[in-house]
Design a protein around this ligand. Structure first.
Ligand code: SAM
Length: 266
């Protein structure tokens, strides 16, 4: 048995060539590395990829920053651009000498919170998600990486302990529509494979961003919020921020806008 024999068999069975354009750049190489000489596994994973399943689910792994994380269909596949939100949080939290309460809203597989924790672990980290299954994945990732993060199933802040008060919140809320794609590697199908609640916001494209702001105002927290708006335009972003008084925009690279918002008596 060898790789070429497997690929020729798959081509004859599916009509799709694993060496052809259906596979993304480097996908086949990654799958081969993952399978070694287990040719049954190779065949399974190649066929799943050819069927359109995103690579992260096929491999069961997400490589984010220098973290290797478990991932499956229960959770959102972290966008590579989210690393800019992580960098911003690391910069902000490194400048804080005292220990702060840091909260991530919508943690998914935990990737962002774990990546921040890995670089600045002197703060207290809490992460929430509306999806109990996503949190199972996040908890497992935190356990594997031995990170002390408190996780709560929570619709916005409703599931947090009563007296919990964050100093710094960060979030990469869903802002998708089927037209909004970053590049050819991530067409609508990539997002359609993920849990709906993690991809499609309610009410409007920035519906979740707006609710996070409203819920913070309702709580009356004195805190900072860093929210990723991805590649949304300034008009959409400004509309979402109507109720936020003190806002600074950060544009670490083209097509990424992070809003830094201060609430309360700063
Ligand atoms: C775009 S995904 C980002 C996930 C993760 N931060 C990442 O970068 O991979 C948005 C996440 O927000 C969660 N979410 C959606 N609505 C929520 C709500 N009302 N309260 C808490 N989490 C919510 C989804 O379940 C999903 O995991």
């Amino acid at each position: 048995m060898n790789h070429e024999l497997v690929y020729n068999r798959i081509l004859s069975e599916t009509g799709l060539d694993p060496r052809g354009p259906k596979m993304g750049k480097d996908d086949l190489k990654l799958i081969e590395q993952h399978c070694g000489t287990d040719f049954n596994k190779l065949s399974c994973l190649v066929k799943r990829r050819l069927s359109g399943e995103p690579m992260a689910y096929v491999l069961g792994r997400l490589y984010f920053g220098d973290l290797e994380l478990l991932i499956d269909k229960r959770v959102y596949i972290t966008d590579p651009e989210a690393i800019w939100l992580v960098k911003e949080m690391v910069r902000r939290l490194t400048s804080e000498k005292d220990s702060k309460e840091v909260l991530e809203v919508g943690t998914g597989c935990g990737s962002l919170c774990l990546a921040v924790y890995k670089q600045v672990n002197r703060h207290n980290y809490t992460a929430v998600d509306i999806d109990i299954q996503a949190l199972d994945v996040a908890r497992e990732n935190a356990r594997i990486h031995q990170m002390d993060i408190q996780f709560y199933v929570s619709d916005y802040f409703f599931g947090l302990p009563e007296h919990y008060t964050p100093d710094i919140i960060f979030a990469d809320p869903p802002w998708g529509t089927e037209e909004s794609i970053y590049d050819d590697d991530r067409p609508a199908d990539h997002y359609l494979a993920m849990p709906g609640i993690s991809v499609w916001p309610f009410k409007s494209i920035t519906g979740i961003h707006e609710q996070i702001i409203e819920r913070i105002l309702e709580k009356g927290w004195n805190c900072e919020l860093y929210m990723n708006f991805g590649m949304l335009g300034l008009d959409e972003i400004n509309k979402a921020l109507e109720k936020a008084a003190k806002v600074v925009f950060l544009n670490p690279v083209k097509n990424v806008t992070i809003a830094h918002i201060r609430f309360g008596g700063f």
